[in-house]
Design a protein around this ligand. Structure first.
Ligand code: FES
Ligand SMILES: [Fe+2]
Length: 379
């Protein structure tokens, strides 16, 4: 008889405390049914960090984002307000925009229905015969958008609680980094052949740092220094060590963020926002990564950087920033490769769930979170 992936009996070991738990069964990383349930019960709720307001500083600026295959178009309107829309045309559904850019209006490439940067349908050719057709009813579908510290968050759930309620004490934890004064400088994306959870799992533990990042990250931020904490709506990984986490050992770096205290100038924080975003704040800069699923075994990874405005305005910014980007291009590929290797292993019929080290407390917590969301259909 075919196995039911939603039978809780298969997840008892997943739901135990980390030092007693086993990792998730393989079907959670490959099954279309399980994946569809994750999209429905995890990604269609809650607030998702989609980018920063300063990515689109001028009216008409826009960029695209994906929340588990649901496209979101972020645009600054002529009225200077940032809004989030579905880019699906209200005629027969083609995408009216992809990627990023600046425009005065979104013209659908299929039949040229044209939308303002505030989402209103401005013109629709040859529609005079359509009975009681009112263009005012055919604007782009808008999603709820809220902001914190310069970050834009979108929810696909019209009943979602406020962003403030969802973030809990995260703003307090991050206050010292003055995130609202940061400037977006670069995005790099990767299309990976792995389940999105492989990537998130990898981002929640430093157990792999000596092996996977032996020559890159380990000399800067070794496995042993990291501590882990499960908060209500996010996980925190933090460590104290001198210098930035943003460059390879010995590379030139920027001065610390203004106002950091004596202890704070050695502290580094990762905040893992459930379900799939990691914000990392180090002593001189910020980066955030989203691992958005495109199917059970495909993940679209977006890696973004920001630096304090004062740093970005330095004459030598581009030159020194390159060292940060080079370090990321190296570390990201190390993570990408190991996640794709793991996905192949997980699809082997002979693969069985394994046990966790105490450096993987958050991997265990994340597996339990996903399982609970899917099985209980929202807590
Ligand atoms: S699908 Fe957009 S104009 Fe026809
Ligand atoms: Fe890594």
């Amino acid at each position: 008889m075919a196995m039911n992936p939603f039978d809780i009996g298969q997840y008892r070991e997943v739901l135990r405390p980390c030092n007693e738990a086993s990792s998730m069964p393989s079907h959670c990383y490959v099954s279309p049914e399980w994946y569809a349930a994750e999209v429905e019960h995890i990604f269609m709720y809650g607030w998702h960090l989609v980018g920063r307001a300063d990515q689109i500083p001028d009216p008409g600026d826009y960029f695209s984002f994906e929340i588990a295959e649901e496209r979101v178009l972020l645009v600054r309107g002529e009225d200077d307000h940032v809004r989030a829309f579905s880019p699906a045309c209200r005629h027969r559904g083609s995408l009216v925009a992809q990627g990023d850019g600046n425009c005065r209006a979104f013209v659908c490439p299929y039949h040229r229905w044209t939308y303002s940067t505030e989402g209103a349908l401005r013109s629709a050719p040859a529609m005079e015969q359509a009975v009681s057709f009112d263009a005012a009813e055919y604007g782009l579908v808008e999603f709820r958008l809220e902001q914190w510290a310069g970050f834009l968050f979108v929810t696909l759930d019209s009943d979602a609680r406020s962003l403030e309620a969802e973030l809990g004490d995260l703003p307090e934890l991050m206050a010292r980094y003055r995130l609202d004064e940061m400037v977006f400088t670069r995005q790099k994306t990767y299309d990976l052949a792995c389940n999105w959870k492989c990537y998130v799992d990898n981002s929640t533990e430093a157990y792999h740092v000596p092996s996977v990042h032996g020559k890159s990250l380990e000399p800067v931020a070794p496995m042993q220094v990291w501590q882990y904490a499960v908060r209500e709506r996010y996980y925190n990984i933090y460590a104290y060590f001198p210098g930035t986490m943003g460059v390879l050992k010995g590379e030139r770096s920027f001065p610390p963020i203004e106002g950091l205290g004596e202890q704070e100038v050695e502290r580094h924080d990762l905040a893992i926002l459930l379900p799939n975003t990691v914000i990392t704040a180090t002593v001189d800069s910020l980066w955030w990564v989203t691992a958005s699923p495109r199917g059970p075994n495909r993940t679209f990874v977006m890696v973004n950087h920001a630096f304090p405005r004062k740093t970005v305005e330095r004459a030598d910014f581009a030159e020194i920033a390159q060292g940060y980007y080079d370090r990321f291009d190296m570390v990201n590929v190390e993570d990408n490769d190991i996640c794709e290797l793991q996905q192949i292993g997980i699809t082997q019929r002979a693969r069985r769930p394994g046990r966790y080290s105490d450096h993987e407390e958050l991997v265990g917590a994340f597996a339990a979170y996903v399982t609970e969301q899917v099985l209980e259909q929202r807590t």
